[in-house]
Design a protein around this ligand. Structure first.
Ligand code: PMP
Length: 499
């Protein structure tokens, strides 16, 4: 990595293989291939580059043409990076049930995300992508059937594995299957060049689609015509869509799979957490699931076996999923005890004001500031005014609330560079304190009347009393009056009860 790259895309691949220190059973060597080291944090960065560059080469993708794909997230994030760098507009079709972090990441990278109802499952997403591609003439990357998906793994991931293990592969290679690209691409190279490597594919135990030997029906183009009858919802986002994709079927049909290992959802979540806590390896749910399968393999493998398992992505995109369910936002009893073991900055003790600040606050504010405040709160052109701090969370909450309510307002940001220049921001705070008895910011006024701080304003709305003030000031909001104002508070605050 100690060189200068001309494109972020050149940093895809060459991910590390790390030996487990504490989670390996005795007499076994467990190795993790950490795909989170890819620039957008997952194995799918490889696929994204592979399918786009293959289509560029054979002319199916034209300069500036819109790209479309159906994905549970990681493919979309990888494609969003590749399309951003190469200048293709991107539309992603994704079921609403996949984690919100993924949607936001894709939109952050400039992609459009079209959601499909959870009830329509993976087959619904694929159908929608197909329909949109046909209607608008977009290039559909078809990750589930596109051989370029498997090819990039044969060219890169498989080579990296062979090199890491000194030319011949490990004794076992353990992976899951989403599209089957990782599986097919790596397994066929290992078969050809490391015949002794046993290939194990893992699937959710409640969804034994591969183990059953049953296939769902497919259309002529290889896409699924129906859901697989054995599909059940499972927590391994990225594995086992509700059908057996073409690439996975190829791996089954060409004898690339030596064993199919079922793993449980709870065990997968537990092992993802253990990887973090015991090995410092931070991964998503399928990483824990693949480790679960590797540990099952270890139970019957010969002493000293080297077992390599794929860790497909980072844990950061699972904050809103069951993976983080047991992770608290607030301090628990142990943390509170640590906090209380020294006197300063405890929640139980009242905040003290440093002496110098107290002395400065006691000086009367100059007339200019008093005049500014009087004018601002009585301005008929802008009857809703908040005295705010630019980046304070409460002020953001109020701004978002007022915007959604469709209420134009003036935000006087007391800590903006302009207001700090001659100290007027600080002087205005003093005026506000004298005027309202409140030291906190924001302070909100409507039609000259003092409403209070952020919580006061939001509660006034939720009690149905805000309209009275607006009515007196002759203003009618243009937005959604039915919204719940309290929900705009920062989450850390909403969790504690605020008086
Ligand atoms: N894990 C995660 C988190 C994924 O997003 C994916 C890809 N959907 C996989 C595993 C499986 O990879 P593949 O599509 O190559 O089978």
């Amino acid at each position: 990595m100690s060189k200068i790259y001309t494109s972020i895309l050149d940093t895809i691949g060459n991910t590390p293989v790390v030996r487990l220190a504490r989670l390996s059973p005795p007499d076994m060597e467990l190795y993790a291939k950490l795909e989170a080291f890819n620039p957008l944090g997952s194995v799918k960065d490889r696929l994204a580059l592979g399918v786009i560059e293959a289509a560029e080469r054979d002319g199916r993708l034209k300069p500036g043409q819109t790209v479309i794909e159906a994905t549970s997230g990681n493919t979309g994030i990888g494609l969003a990076m590749v399309c951003a760098r190469k200048g293709y507009p991107l539309v992603i079709v994704m079921a609403e049930s996949f984690s919100v972090e993924r949607r936001k990441l894709m939109r952050f990278l400039g992609a459009r995300v079209v959601l499909t109802p959870a009830a329509e499952k993976g087959t619904g997403m694929v159908e929608k992508a197909c329909e949109l591609a046909a209607k608008h003439g977009w290039f559909w990357t078809r990750q589930f059937e596109n051989q370029a998906n498997a090819d990039i793994h044969s060219r890169t991931t498989a080579r990296e594995i062979l090199a890491a293990f000194g030319g011949t592969g490990p004794d076992y290679f353990v992976t899951g299957a989403g599209t089957g690209g990782t599986l097919k691409g790596i397994a066929r190279v290992l078969r050809a060049e490391s015949a002794a490597t046993r290939i194990v594919v893992s699937e959710p135990e409640n969804t034994p689609m591969l183990a059953s030997g049953l296939r769902q029906r497919c259309k002529a183009d290889g896409t699924p015509a129906e859901s697989h009858p054995l599909f059940r919802p499972h927590p391994m986002q990225g594995w086992a869509p509700d059908f057996i994709p073409q690439l996975t079927a190829d791996a089954l049909d060409t004898g690339l799979i030596d064993a199919i290992q079922p793993v449980g959802g709870a065990e997968s979540l537990r092992l993802a957490r253990e990887l973090a806590r015991q090995e410092g390896i931070f991964c998503g749910i399928t990483g824990g699931a693949t480790l679960a399968a590797a540990l099952e393999v270890a139970k019957t493998a010969q002493k000293g076996s080297r077992i390599l398992f794929m860790v497909p992505d980072t844990g950061e995109r699972y904050l809103s999923t069951p993976l983080f369910d047991a992770i608290e936002q607030e301090m628990d009893a142990v943390e509170r005890e640590i906090s209380n073991s020294t006197p300063s900055c405890r929640f139980s003790a009242p905040a003290s004001q440093p002496a110098a600040a107290a002395a400065a606050a006691s000086e009367p504010p100059p007339d200019g500031a008093r005049h500014f405040v009087r004018q601002a709160i009585n301005d008929p052109e802008q009857p809703v005014v908040m005295f705010a701090l630019e980046w304070c969370e409460f002020c953001w909450a109020v701004r978002r609330f007022l915007r959604d309510l469709g209420l134009p307002f003036r935000s006087v940001d007391l800590d903006s560079v302009a207001m700090q220049a001659d100290g007027i921001g600080g002087d205005i705070r003093k005026v506000l304190h004298t005027l309202t008895g409140q030291r906190t910011i924001p302070q909100i006024f409507i039609g000259g009347a003092h409403i209070g701080g952020a919580v006061d304003l939001l509660d006034l709305h939720d009690r149905g009393e805000l309209m009275t003030f607006l009515g007196k000031a002759g203003i009618q909001p243009a937005g959604d009056l039915a919204l719940t104002a309290r929900s705009y508070l920062p989450r850390w605050l909403a969790a504690r009860s605020v008086a």
